[in-house]
Design a protein around this ligand. Structure first.
Ligand code: ZN
Length: 276
């Protein structure tokens, strides 16, 4: 059993802090703010689901999930060229199915290294493989967003087995949507099963900022983008910026945008959780 101590050394914000893309202008506020829970309660890391070190996930709601339908990635699916490039909305790569990884080799380690590299260079604090054009179930993150600080987390084939009922609102950004920030509501905490870069299975409970980052990246692995979860009112506040990205894509590729925010149906129900 191992217990990771990341996030113990710095306070977390309690409201409306940009995540997933670090903004240096808010760094001082980020470090001043404090999360209501005591340090050490955000993350625990265990070798098995019954470990007593797991952080309790409050008001848990059990969700079903299945691995059976996942297609396994081939060596071709995992082929990449460094340096990696961030794929921006509305590239259809961001909506494509992401395959399960079952080979934990040097190529995977190199891909993870390159993903951290581009994440730090672009001031990100989380990155999923489809965002660098690789449609596999892999994410990396470091809530501090600085190489050598915090802890680098790698999750392969992650699954959520519990979400908290408690929901929180955060101002999110996304490397695939440069300079766009808006509020998204998500569960405050999650309990996850995943593999590490060596293929070892583990279970982890996350809350606060790490839970927020995880859920945003986990959505990428399902082809869900952060604006899919915004209310119509919030979406209206970034609609022009999304349309500018659609035009940028069309100008660059000569292709029609594969999706348009303008034609998105007004939501009658909130995007669901638990579709893992
Ligand atoms: Zn994103």
């Amino acid at each position: 059993m191992a217990c990771a101590a990341w996030l113990h050394s710095f306070p977390l914000p309690h409201a409306l802090v940009p995540v997933l893309r670090r903004r240096s202008s808010l760094a001082s506020a980020f470090h001043r703010a404090t999360w209501p829970s005591p340090p050490g309660q955000f993350f625990s890391f265990a070798s098995g689901p019954s470990s007593p070190t797991l952080t309790p996930v409050r008001a848990q709601a059990k969700r079903g999930f299945s691995f059976k339908d996942d297609e396994v990635a081939s060596p071709d699916d995992l082929r990449f060229e460094a340096p990696l490039r961030i794929v921006e909305y509305p590239d259809p790569i961001l909506r494509a199915k992401n395959k399960r990884i079952d080979s934990f080799d040097d190529n995977l380690k190199k891909l993870v290294d390159e993903m951290f590299d581009v994440m730090y260079k672009t001031d990100g604090i989380g990155l999923s493989a489809p965002q660098v054009g690789i449609n596999v179930q892999l994410m990396v993150f470091n809530p501090v967003g600085e190489r050598g600080e915090g802890e680098e987390i790698v999750l392969v084939n992650p699954r959520v087995n519990r979400y908290s009922k408690k929901m929180v609102l955060f101002n999110e950004g996304c490397l695939s949507f440069p300079q766009i920030y808006a509020d998204v509501e998500r569960p405050e905490s999650v309990k996850i099963d995943a593999r590490d870069v060596k293929g070892a299975r583990f279970t982890v409970s996350l809350s606060g900022l790490p839970a927020r980052i995880f859920q945003h990246e986990f959505d990428h692995l399902q082809g869900t983008l952060f604006f899919d979860r915004m209310t119509d009112e919030v979406l209206d506040s970034i609609r022009v910026q999304l349309q500018a990205l659609e035009k940028k894509y069309e100008d660059k590729t000569g292709l029609a945008s594969p999706e348009r925010v303008e034609t998105r149906k007004r939501k009658t129900v909130a995007a669901g959780f638990g579709k893992s």
